[in-house]
Design a protein around this ligand. Structure first.
Ligand SMILES: Cc1cc2nc3c(=O)[nH]c(=O)nc-3n(C[C@H](O)[C@H](O)[C@H](O)COP(=O)(O)O)c2cc1C
Length: 256
């Protein structure tokens, strides 16, 4: 049976669920923040995996993270282990994916806020996976949507998936956009060091086709964002916001 991190029947998202970016209790702890910042630097897209199974204790931690993410966001993320069908077929083959048998199915209702939540909470799980020694790759196109085992209700949609496992290689860094394309200070003032750290962490975030089509704008102690259009723009932004929060640290600023 697949492992479902599904929201139980009758459960309704807590008020303010669209405030996907409120900080996760886990992230505030400084030791853990540093571990996740290391994970940000170590993580690269990995598309080929060995057949080494994920041990039970790591599966349990991933299931827990999925449940935490679903409860906080109202998403219906599901995690599958030892399930080869989701990456069988031509799309995965042409996408050069090999040996993927573990994955997250990012399921939710549609809309920009939900897409951002999908990116934000998906990256929460991706970075945890990296700290546990796993590799990953977000995948919007090159997987088998028809054979995917995700349970999707009529008002939900399988938006993207994330491959997980032990990579044959650790991957390599993508070419990040220059920091001054990803961040700006309103009125053109100097960048505080925490803002630079936040933008730098965001520059290491994965994005569809490595577009990184977002800008973080500092005005006083508020951060707003701007995005370029694109089908993954909101998911990419959610991922980058998770990185930004880790890089900038928990105090001295807030989202606009
Ligand atoms: C929303 C999203 C969708 C993606 N879709 C695909 C995909 O369909 N196929 C693929 O091979 N990689 C896909 N990627 C992975 C990106 O190509 C990759 O993250 C980007 O090139 C940056 O590289 P990095 O992850 O190593 O930092 C996707 C990434 C994101 C965030």
């Amino acid at each position: 049976m697949p492992d479902l991190g599904h929201v139980p029947p009758g459960w309704t998202p807590p008020a303010g669920r669209d405030d996907f970016s409120r900080r996760v209790e886990r992230v505030v702890d400084e030791t853990e923040r540093q571990q996740l910042l290391s994970a940000i630097r170590q993580r690269h897209a990995v598309r080929q995996y060995t057949n080494q199974p994920i041990p039970e204790d790591i599966r349990a931690q991933l299931r827990y993270a999925v449940t935490t993410a679903n409860n906080a966001s109202g998403l219906a993320i599901q995690v599958f282990f030892d399930e080869p069908d989701g990456f069988s077929g031509l799309m995965a083959h042409y996408g050069r994916f090999r040996g993927v048998v573990n994955y997250l199915a990012m399921v939710g209702t549609t809309g920009t806020a939900w897409d951002q939540a999908c990116g934000y909470w998906g990256q929460h799980i991706v970075l945890l996976a990296q700290t546990l020694g796993l590799n990953s790759c977000w995948v919007g196109q090159t997987y088998s949507k028809s054979k995917n085992q995700a349970v999707v209700t009529t008002d939900e949609r399988l938006r993207v998936v994330v491959a997980l496992g032990y990579g044959t290689v650790p991957g390599k860094p993508h070419k990040p956009k220059p920091l001054d394309k990803l961040g700006e200070v309103a009125g053109g003032g100097p960048w505080p060091s925490w803002f630079r750290d936040g933008v730098e962490a965001a520059s290491l975030a994965p994005s569809g086709l490595n577009r990184q089509g977002y800008t973080f704008i500092l005005d006083g102690d508020q951060i707003s964002t701007r995005t370029n259009p694109g089908s993954y723009a909101a998911i990419d932004l959610g991922i980058a916001k998770y990185h930004f929060e880790l890089g900038a640290g928990p105090t001295g600023w807030h989202w606009a």
